[in-house]
Design a protein around this ligand. Structure first.
Ligand SMILES: Cc1cc2nc3c(=O)[nH]c(=O)nc-3n(C[C@H](O)[C@H](O)[C@H](O)COP(=O)(O)OP(=O)(O)OC[C@H]3O[C@@H](n4cnc5c(N)ncnc54)[C@H](O)[C@@H]3O)c2cc1C
Length: 426
């Protein structure tokens, strides 16, 4: 059984069948559809259905039609993907400031492209988005990249052997050059200004020197991703702090510290789509082995072959992780009036006042401030909250703890909660 809040199979990349799909994505999507429809490997697909709770008696609480249902599992593979990392800075809540993923979704699903935009953040996805905007008739005024040109050149050497990605990024760069889009390395957007929406942005060097102002209506922010770890956390799996995120500890077959629960893909490590696919396969082998469906010997053979592929991808990932490691200055952009928690409308000044009472414990901080208790449940603000606590108390981010997820993980109406469809679930 597969449960997905999307209406379609394939996750973030392969479910979006609309515009801007390259041939590799289309082929992969066809393979996935074949698995679901043709080969009957997945017997039941609950689409538009969210997991909103996970309990110690191997039960999931899911939204189902206009109600909810409980599902018992023997083994569970969590592959919930990632959330975009949002970084507060003065003006980031102005209309027109959007995350890159949001802009990309608008382009892919509705063909709506910004007339003129500045892209700020880091990593290869910003390049891909710039290319997509240009190809759909939009204009890119500039690409503002926190990484240095040197680190990009170093990472490009690691692309040797990854020909599809190398080709894709080269095409993007050629297109950017053709449209004379400037790329500002070692830079960030330090402020967005405007009356009712963004009109102008300020570009600064990482060291804080203001370099230039650019007039624009759309600012696309893409500082990378944060693993969607609420399901593995709520399941009680042990987590560790790695590369600035709390991630589940797993064995070679992706099993967590809770027997029978596996985590694959971006919800465990931000490693991209190709590695997510291999990890998904590994976790399937792990779950089948756990359930006694395949022998240890067969599982070991599969592990060896998949590990070879994973190793090759990991080498490249390490280089991109270096580029995407955010400098401290990125977390120092917000001023006292900047809103940090958008759901509860809390500014940096208000949050700093609460740290004095809460101390460094992130859950005490959440209780006293309500930051992380709103609609997003911390998916948007948790990175910023950890940084604020760490800076204010001078305790390293890994010692701040992790926000305890509480069901319902996603917004659910009282009407849905009052209708129980458990008996209708096969
Ligand atoms: C905004 C965004 C844009 C991206 N753009 C690109 C790109 O252009 N090119 C590229 O190569 N990579 C891109 N990536 C990265 C790429 O999408 C991921 O690396 C890859 O999809 C990871 O696969 P996954 O299976 O781990 O997660 P995903 O593909 O994200 O799949 C996770 C699935 O879990 C579902 N889900 C999550 N929580 C729940 C829940 N509680 N209940 C039910 N279902 C749930 C989601 O609906 C989704 O279908 C992007 C990522 C994001 C977040």
């Amino acid at each position: 059984m597969v449960i997905d809040e999307n209406a379609d199979v394939g996750g973030r990349i392969y479910a979006q069948t609309g515009l801007m799909q390259d041939s590799f994505n289309v082929k992969t999507r066809q393979k996935i559809l074949q698995l679901f429809n043709g080969d009957g490997l997945c017997e039941i697909f609950h689409k538009k259905s969210q997991v909103i709770g996970i309990f110690s008696d191997n039960t999931l609480l899911i939204t189902e039609k206009d109600g909810t249902a409980k599902i018992k599992y023997k083994s569970l593979i969590i592959a919930a993907g990632a959330n975009e990392k949002t970084i507060p800075f003065p003006g980031w809540t102005l209309p027109g400031v959007m995350t890159s993923g949001c802009v990309q979704t608008m382009i892919k699903t509705q063909g709506i492209s910004p007339e003129k935009a500045v892209l700020a953040g880091t990593g290869p996805l910003q390049l891909i988005l710039a290319d997509q905007i240009l190809k759909t008739g939009g204009k890119v005024l500039a690409l503002v990249e926190t990484g240095s040109l040197k680190s990009w050149l170093k990472a490009s050497r690691a692309l040797f052997g990854h020909w599809r990605l190398a080709g894709q990024l080269t095409t993007c760069l050629i297109n950017l050059a053709r449209h004379k889009v400037p790329i500002y390395f070692n830079s960030l957007v330090s402020a967005a200004k405007g009356k009712d929406s963004v009109e102008e942005i300020e570009v600064s060097s990482i060291q804080g020197k203001c370099r230039r102002s650019i007039k624009t209506d759309i600012l696309c922010i893409g500082y990378g991703f944060v693993p969607a770890n609420e399901l593995s956390l709520a399941a009680g799996a042990r987590h560790e702090f790695k590369n600035g995120h709390w991630v589940p500890v797993r064995d070679d077959l992706m099993q967590t510290s809770v027997e029978g629960i596996f985590v694959a893909g971006d919800s465990a490590r931000i490693n991209g789509a190709i590695m997510a696919e291999y990890e998904g396969a590994l976790s399937a082998v792990g779950a089948a082995n756990y359930l006694g469906e395949i022998s240890d010997h067969k599982a070991e053979r599969q592990l060896q072959s998949l590990n070879k592929k994973l190793k090759k991808e990991k080498k490249l990932r390490v280089q991109f992780d270096r580029i995407m490691m955010l400098p401290d200055q990125v977390f120092e952009l917000a001023d006292n009036d900047t809103i940090i928690c958008r759901c509860e409308d809390l500014s940096l000044r208000e949050l700093k006042g609460i740290v004095i009472k809460s101390g460094p414990d992130i859950n005490e901080f959440k209780r006293l401030s309500r930051a992380g208790m709103g609609l997003c449940q911390g998916r948007t603000c948790s990175t910023s909250l950890r940084q604020i606590l760490s800076r204010s108390t001078e305790i390293s981010p890994d010692k701040i703890g992790v926000l305890n997820p509480r069901p319902p993980f996603k917004p659910v109406s009282l009407g849905q909660l009052s209708k129980d469809y458990t008996d209708c679930i096969k």
